[in-house]
Ligand binder design. Sequence first.
Ligand code: NAD
Ligand code: TDX
Length: 333
Amino acid sequence: MRLLVTGGAGFIGSNFVHLTRKNRADTEITVLDAFTYAGNHASLAGLDRVRVIEGDIADAAVVDPLVAEADVVVHFAAESHNDNSLDDPSPFVRTNLIGTFTLLEAVRRHDVRYHHISTDEVYGDLELDDEQRFTENTAYNPSSPYSSTKAGSDLLVRAWVRSFGVRATLSNCSNNYGPRQHVEKFIPRQITTILDGGRPKLYGDGLNVRDWIHVDDHNEAVWTIIDRGEVGQTYLIGADGERSNLAVVRDILRHMGRAPDDFDHVTDRSGHDRRYAIDSTRLRTELGWTPRYPDFGSGLAATIDWYRANEPWWRPQKAAAEQRYAGQQIIAS
Ligand code: NAD
Ligand code: TDX
């Protein structure tokens, strides 16, 4: 199988390439990545037989020939960070909307199978005590520039399936954690701040809930959908990992030998979604997927070990990431 992986130098995409290289020797992999601040050549180091192309998914002249020679396109590339989307939405519109449109036109032209990676954030948020979780039938209600552009990209895919018969599947996954995640994101930011002798930074009251899944479980689910998913369908991916941000910070502090209250409350994120929670029944019952890393505590400990052991990977990004936060986030007294 000839695979085109967009965003394969980012967090989830690079883990997908590593997993695929390990488990599917017969796959020919091409990565298309613009190497924005979030793309990292080091994330693909040591891999055999992976062709890496530096280019923009919104550039049809780059995209079209690569799609033409692929059997399957897996589309991870995105502007992915909510805080950045509040500072400047424009790259989110270009990459997440125009980029997805450009890929869809190419897969339509060449009749190539397409899998679209998306997020649970398209559904908006839940109250902390809501008994409902998100399902494939939940109405779209995105809150941020990031999640609204992801929602728009999903709707483009659905329309291209219905109107043009594009052979696409979609997945909406909850919050991923694991190796090679950019230090701007919640868990790596706190781990690397503690490694630098600082205190974790918790937005607002810290009671917001995220539904954590190990990145390899996400990517195994993506392969399950590529192998057995029904064209035109959406599958929600989640591993029943709901946890408040405060609980996660305390877990990290405990694993790293620090006191449970050794953190700061800082200015909350504007429009901050309260809670995400995924009901992945459909993926489990129709396609037979189950998570292999359901224990968040041991997955978190392994992730901390990875950041301890791989400082050369994250160090070059740390100061710039903290610089972007400086000034926006005031420590609450
Ligand atoms: P990331 O920011 O770590 O990686 C994104 C990658 O896309 C980077 O390598 C970047 O260089 C590349 N990229 C950005 N703009 C591009 C462009 N115009 N052309 C080509 N490449 C471009 O993101 P991630 O966390 O790995 O997320 C990957 C995908 O998974 C995204 O679509 C995101 O919406 C989705 N997702 C993420 C999570 C999560 O918890 N991180 C959860 C659910 C869904
Ligand atoms: O320093 C921080 N302190 C803090 O309390 C940071 C960076 C975040 N937070 C909070 C905000 C969120 O409630 O932690 C939670 C997780 O934050 P992020 O890592 O920024 O993730 P989130 O906004 O939930 O979005 C993530 O999951 C869904 C990914 O970044 C998206 O790409 C994905 O779609």
